[in-house]
Design a protein around this ligand. Sequence first.
Ligand code: ZN
Length: 172
Amino acid sequence: MRLRRLFLLAGGSLAAAVTGALISPRLVPRSAHAAPTSREEAFTVTHSDEEWRRLLTPEQYRVLRHEGTERPYTSPLNNEHRHGTFHCAGCDQALFSSQTKYDSRTGWPSFWQPLEGAIGTRRDTSFAMSRTEVHCSRCGGHLGHAFDDGPLPTRLRYCMNGVAMTFRPASA
Ligand SMILES: [Zn+2]
């Protein structure tokens, strides 16, 4: 509770998010020694850079393979409210259920929980920030970042690039 209040006092959601990512026990690897990085992780789906460039649209390639960030409020998936599943645009792995999607008012599709085993995380210290990078566990494609300012029941916010995902509505 004390920390929560500090977050509110900090005012900026970014400050809260960064601090949150730093202290969240859920986002800290169980053992620093065993902490995987994208380079050490073995992915089931692999392609050469040239193949990825051919398989993906330029924007998908920029985000998934070079950790780009789409402009907020540009993804049609922000307004996707049907029941279904969000998949990796790189390898089609199922990543998030629509049941865990919520409106974070950030301009990016946000979820409070990924599907089990669907994602990997690592520390991202780019732009002088310490954030938790989120990628697909199957192809390693960059999806977005996770923060500690989400809603119950997890209080996590998986802030995803819509362009890195596809949506498949649940069959009737
Ligand atoms: Zn993937």
